[in-house]
Design a protein around this ligand. Structure first.
Ligand code: BTN
Length: 229
């Protein structure tokens, strides 16, 4: 694996995309801070200097990857455990929570340059960030200054191993074990309509299975859910 580190950059995912053809792959890009950290659905990711781990793993896949985001989420949780952080849970699809706070977000992007397929797995972990913008009520941090270089390497290596070798059933099982809201009521929107349902599990593609009040089942393949407390 190759490494590139920045003190400050706009976004490690943006850098990966703009330099994919030049970088030796697989490549782990890290930064101490980001000025324009990107999240899913066009949101930004708060990335203050020095208090978080901001990384992008860039590689060219050898086979089609269907479970990339769940794989990355499981790898982050397992790597954190190796550093003594227990009790992480995954909020479908790919937010990682600890003590009821979102401590990590994952943004996977797939793109093509000159006919070559690239994948970037962007991961942001709040390590010691203690103040967040007021709109990020749900954000929290690990509250430990973990060694960023070792942690990012371990996560990247785990992801590369998992996408190459781990059977899909195993990823699905590990992912489901970490979902912390199964059995609970959730809300989601479809075509502008709001539904309340009970999350009951996932299928082989890690889509979320929910039970509606009329007893019918629905399958969510993307989008945001909110968990009713
Ligand atoms: C989310 O919570 O919606 C996903 C957040 C992903 C943030 C990481 S930080 C490193 C990488 N660079 C980015 O601009 N985004 C990802």
């Amino acid at each position: 694996m190759n490494f590139v580190h920045f003190k400050l950059i706009n976004s490690t995912n943006t850098y990966a995309r703009e330099n994919a053809l030049k970088l030796p792959l697989p490549c782990l890009i890290t930064a101490d801070g980001q000025t324009n950290g990107r999240g899913r659905r066009g949101k930004s990711f708060y990335s203050p200097d020095g208090t978080g781990l901001y990384m992008t793993l860039l590689f060219s896949p050898e086979k089609p990857l269907s479970l990339l985001t769940p794989t990355a989420a499981v790898c982050v949780c397992e790597a954190l455990e190796r550093f003594g952080i227990y009790g992480t849970g995954i909020k479908w699809v790919n937010d990682i929570f600890l003590n009821s706070k979102k401590i990590c977000g994952i943004l996977c992007e797939r793109f093509f340059e000159n006919g070559t397929e690239f994948i970037s797995v962007g991961i942001g972990i709040n390590l010691t960030t203690d103040r967040f913008p007021s709109e990020l009520q749900i954000a929290g941090s690990v509250k430990k200054n973990l060694p960023k270089e070792e942690l990012s390497r371990l996560i990247a290596e785990n992801i590369l191993h998992a996408v190459a070798d781990m059977p899909e059933e195993k990823i699905v099982r590990k992912y489901e074990e970490r979902l912390f809201f199964l059995g609970k009521e959730i809300e989601y929107q479809r075509n502008g309509v709001c539904f309340t349902a009970r999350a009951i599990g996932i299928n082989n593609e890690c889509n979320l299975r929910v039970l509606l009040p009329d007893g019918s089942e629905d399958i969510l393949s993307s989008g945001e859910i909110s968990i009713k407390i």
